[in-house]
Design a protein around this ligand. Structure first.
Ligand code: CP
Ligand code: NVA
Length: 299
């Protein structure tokens, strides 16, 4: 059966930990200058973007090249999935040429539907529901910093969106305590909740004694028209120095998947102070995705 990476739930705990170990190993190797181009030599990855991207696009492209493969970036307006031809035909035809396909899209059903027709692995490069590749980089960053996940408290402050959904699944799988503070009616979906995820409307409660403070934009891609209204609703959910000093552990790290809206979900002061960790988190997209690509495409 073809393996996909549409959700964190597509891997079990053992597989997830193995992916993180592989990512760490690949990172160490590449920094030492080791040639990794034999690992996916001759393999091709398609990338379809129905939304903008910086990190996802570059990290998949560079990652494939480091592994000896190639990428084909497809602008969704060129293929016009579902307009020029049916999604099922696109999925089947692309399976004839490519060895795997990453899709960044709106509705998660686009991914599941494509995967049901494709005969190659499909990777979720972000949907409205989940952002599993991001979570793998987040976990790698946390593990590098703390050495293990044992006893950690992660606090996520902000919108109950794709980023936190995938993080919730991962924390549940690994038994990590995740406390999520969101405004009323902006909580994460019920289906992602578990005994390891605490939901509150209180930022103080979520961030109290946290080791990791994580946030993401108040308006995700596709919600831009709602941004003014959302700014008002989320105004009490900003990560500031005051909040960190008052509630988080003194040695807490701050994470942001980026792009950040400075002065909204996070102050410029906080993001600049924690820049090294946040940039490492962005870099880890590359290493984590290389491990994912190998698990799906290598013989
Ligand atoms: N974090 C992330 O997915 O960034 P891009 O939207 O730039 O790919
Ligand atoms: N929640 C954000 C994540 C961007 C990487 C969005 O969907 O736009």
């Amino acid at each position: 059966m073809v393996k996909n990476f549409l959700s964190i739930d597509d891997v079990n705990k053992k597989e997830l930990l193995a992916l993180l170990d592989r990512a760490a190993e690949l990172k160490k190797e590449v920094k030492k200058g080791k040639d990794q181009t034999k690992l996916l030599r001759g393999k091709s990855l398609g990338l379809i973007f129905e939304k903008p991207s910086l990190r996802t696009r570059i990290s998949f492209d560079v990652g494939m090249k480091q592994l000896g493969g190639s990428v084909l970036v497809l602008n969704s307006s060129e293929i016009q999935i579902g307009e020029r031809e049916a999604r099922s035909d696109v999925a089947k035809v692309m399976s004839c040429y490519l060895d795997a396909l990453m899709i960044r899209t709106f509705g998660h059903e686009v991914l599941t539907e494509t995967a049901s027709f494709a005969t190659i692995p499909i990777i979720n490069g972000l949907s409205d529901l989940e952002h599993p590749c991001q979570t793998m980089a987040d976990l790698l960053t946390i593990k590098e910093h703390f050495g293990s996940f044992k006893g950690l408290k992660i606090a996520y402050v902000g919108d109950g969106n794709n980023t936190v959904h995938s993080l919730m699944l991962a924390c549940t799988k690994l038994g990590i305590q995740l406390s999520v503070a969101s405004p009323l009616e902006y909580e994460p979906s019920e289906e992602f909740r578990s005994e390891f995820t605490t939901l509150t409307h209180s930022v103080a409660e979520a961030t109290q004694d946290a080791d990791v403070i994580y946030t993401d934009v108040w308006s995700s891609m596709g919600q831009e028209r709602d941004a003014v209204r959302r700014k008002k609703i989320f105004s009490g959910y900003q990560i500031s120095m005051k909040l960190l000093d008052e509630y988080a552990k003194p040695e807490a790290i701050v994470l942001h998947c980026l792009p950040a809206h400075r002065g909204e979900e996070i102050t410029t002061e906080v993001i600049d102070k924690h820049e090294a960790t946040i940039l490492n988190q962005a870099e880890n997209r590359l290493h984590a995705q290389k491990a994912i690509l190998l698990s799906l495409m290598a013989q």
